[in-house]
Design a protein around this ligand. Structure first.
Ligand SMILES: [Zn+2]
Length: 257
């Protein structure tokens, strides 16, 4: 094999990081051209390692990677954007954990998805600076779902295909579809969706962040769409999302103080 085939260069964002062996780290990263990868950063836990600062969680960097027998190995790493506020503020960190966990859960390994890489990079930047962190999370969920092939149908009834009216409709987490009152209220797999909740979900689905960031949601609507997104996501992942529970706990503590 030639030298060229044994090495590749890629941009990467660290989704997950764990200890591996004596001094190494196992990284789960998202890349623009190679999708999600699991890589070994050798010696990255040694304080003297030149790699250690460049393979931090959430950091966006450029790697030189050697093709390994089992897992590929990071041979050089340089940070492009560390997103420092995500490490300095517990709430921002928790939301970053959440979107990283969600991204990891919804992406198969080595499945190229350039738009998703772009979205994740942008969203980490928004989490580092935005005031309304839940809004970033709701926007990210909606667009991640679309890019991962789980786009919810929010415009016509899943049964009669008529355009949904601004009234109480019914969302099925199993189907990822909204049903009109006539076809939704008797189903056992649906939850109520308010007219305002539906409007906000559609807005998040169809507009870009520069428009969505101007939304000011009342707490009831924010809670409603958060609950609904959570049910839809956990239904499809068939498990709880750890960091989502942590966000809830943190928020309750903040509200209690
Ligand atoms: Zn219907």
């Amino acid at each position: 094999m030639s030298h060229r085939e044994r090495l590749y260069q890629t941009e990467a964002i660290v989704l997950r990081r764990s200890d591996f062996g004596e001094a190494d780290r196992l990284l789960t990263v998202l890349t623009p051209g190679r999708g999600k990868l699991r890589l070994i950063a050798k010696g990255a836990r040694k304080p003297s390692s030149r790699k250690s600062g460049h393979v931090e969680l959430f950091s966006y960097g450029r790697y030189l990677v050697a093709v390994g027998h089992d897992l590929d190995i990071v041979t050089q790493a340089e940070t492009i954007e560390p997103f420092l506020p995500l490490h300095e503020d517990l709430l921002r960190a928790t939301y970053a954990y959440y979107i990283a966990e969600l991204t990891d859960a919804f992406t198969p390994e080595q499945d190229e998805n350039q738009p998703l890489f772009g979205l994740l990079k942008e969203a980490l930047g928004w989490l580092a600076t935005a005031d309304d962190l839940p809004l970033v999370a709701r926007y990210y969920e909606m667009h991640l779902l679309g890019l991962a092939g789980y786009q919810p149908q929010l415009f016509v009834c899943g049964a009669c295909k008529k355009a949904l009216e601004p009234e109480i409709n019914y969302f099925s987490p199993a189907q990822g579809t909204v049903f009109c009152p006539q076809h939704g209220h008797n189903r056992t797999d649906t939850v109520e969706l308010s007219a305002n909740g539906l409007k906000v979900l559609r807005f998040l689905q169809t507009r870009d962040w520069d428009t969505c960031r101007l939304l000011r949601l009342n707490p009831a609507t924010q809670a409603e769409i958060e609950r609904l997104a959570y049910r839809y996501i956990t239904h499809h992942l068939e498990r709880k999302v750890k960091s989502a529970d942590f966000i809830q706990r943190l928020r309750r503590q903040t509200e209690a103080n």
